[in-house]
Design a protein around this ligand. Structure first.
Ligand code: S3P
Length: 437
């Protein structure tokens, strides 16, 4: 078991380069695999989750080579070129919901048999949300009773486009349907209740694939061609969020995070932290392909509690564990509502975070769809991360303001998104060590 030990105090100072964006890395390799010809992806995230997507594509006969660290070359096979086998190909997605849901969409119309599996956590995550729309499109896809992995996809005739109104605001569901829509006959339109991350749409544009976006919907016609491309992937705002919160709550901090993606559908947490009183400056704004990036300068600040509304949740969904730590350091109450989706992430993040905060002596009130956190001072203790990478990193950052040391258990899954977290955090000024026992 890998655990993190954090001695209290410290400041975050200097410069820091966070790893490449996980969401974009998954999509970049998936789309490069169905483009026609060789694509080069620079700053591809070489972490467990994205490597599961990459290896799944290799298992399906797509040639992908590491040209140098972080640079991969993908020999795209065209829209319908993925290997066709009479045998059912097992594809292990580990802890990665994005791998499983996006591969399901990409492969639903490929006339092959695959079995998409995952680890204990992924095997408990809801898949009916992709099974339903893909089935409506004509896919043959089945999960375990209740709609859980493994998902078995068997050959079918050509998919047909659909108009689909999503019940939950989920970029994975939207992307899964759009990827299936590429291979479908006719048009596919996805309507979303609240805007979710739009990396799939931006990457399709980057590959020269026509699509039509309006407020609340995206539409594309199947059967076109994706051109091969060269792409440099920005740093991951979700990974940066731990350091943004860390530099905000730790006294005497001033930290520059370079080359971070600031896609407007991703930086809800930045606006929420600013509302709480954080000092965050976006500098040197520029475009990397279709994605906006910036260098982010963060300085220590006094925070006050705020109310986070349901419509603000999707834009900050992966940053909420870090935001909860900010809330624990803020004056007054922070209230989050409409965040039920947090219960079906890598862990039940409402419960895991509430338990961890209580261990530190922070007063919390758990609700079905959210959390109330009473900010103030907190102590130390032993935290169960439930094998959730974002929970582990959030509590590591909490050490900057704890009165005593914090130990966090089961941190191995930090490798799924941020393999060099401990080194980065140490360099920036967190008193962290890891123990593998
Ligand atoms: C992701 C979408 C979000 C997010 C996940 C990555 C993506 O999930 O929580 O970490 O890359 O599309 P949902 O689509 O389930 O909200």
């Amino acid at each position: 078991m890998l655990s993190f030990h954090i001695s209290p105090g410290g400041s975050l100072r200097g410069e820091c380069q966070v790893p490449a964006d996980k969401s974009i890395s998954h999509r970049a390799v998936l789309l490069a695999a169905i483009a026609f010809g060789e694509s080069t992806l620079e700053n591809f995230l070489e972490a467990e989750d994205t490597l599961h997507t990459l290896k799944a594509l290799q298992a399906l006969g797509v040639s992908i080579e590491h040209a140098s660290p972080g640079v991969i070359q993908v020999q795209g096979k065209g829209l319908f070129g993925i290997q066709n086998s009479a045998l059912c190909i097992p594809l292990y997605c580990g802890n990665s919901g994005t791998s499983l849901r996006l591969l399901a969409g990409l492969l639903a119309g490929q006339n092959l048999c695959v079995e998409l599996t995952g680890d204990v956590s992924l095997s408990k995550r809801p898949m009916q949300r992709v099974i339903d729309p893909l089935t409506q499109m004509g896919a043959k896809i089945e999960g375990k009773a209740g709609g859980f992995p493994p998902l078995v996809i068997t050959p079918t005739s050509r998919l047909r486009g659909i108009q689909y109104r999503m019940k939950v605001a989920s970029a994975q569901v939207k992307s899964s349907i759009l990827l299936a829509g590429l291979t479908a006959e006719g048009e596919t339109t996805v309507f979303e209740p609240v805007a979710t991350r739009d990396h799939t749409e931006r990457l399709l544009v980057h590959h020269g694939y026509p699509l039509h976006t309006e407020k609340g919907s995206v539409r594309l016609k199947g059967g076109g061609e994706l051109k091969p491309t060269t792409l440099k992937i920005p740093g991951d705002f979700s990974s940066a969020a731990f350091f943004i919160v860390g530099a905000t709550i730790a006294p005497n901090s001033e930290l520059l995070l370079q080359n971070v993606g600031i896609n407007p559908t991703r930086i809800g947490a930045l606006h929420l932290l600013q509302k709480m009183g954080a000092s965050i400056l976006l500098m040197n704004k520029r475009m990397l392909g279709q994605e906006p990036v910036a260098d982010i300068l963060v300085k220590s600040a006094e925070l006050r509690g705020i109310s986070i509304e349901p419509a603000e949740v999707p834009g900050a969904i992966d940053e909420l564990p870090a935001l909860f730590i900010a809330a624990a350091c803020a004056g007054g109450k922070t209230l989050v509502r409409g965040a039920k989706e947090l219960r079906v992430k890598e862990s039940d993040r409402i419960h895991t975070m509430a338990c961890g905060l209580s261990t530190l002596g922070v007063s919390t009130e758990e609700h079905e769809d959210g959390l109330v956190i009473e900010g103030g001072q907190y102590v130390g203790g032993v935290i169960e991360s439930a094998g959730d990478h974002r929970v582990a990193m959030a509590f590591a950052i909490a050490g900057l303001r704890a009165k005593q040391s914090i130990q966090i258990r089961f941190c191995e899954n930090v490798r799924t998104s941020f393999p060099n977290f401990v080194e980065c955090a140490k360099t920036a000024g967190l008193n962290i060590t890891q123990v593998d026992a």
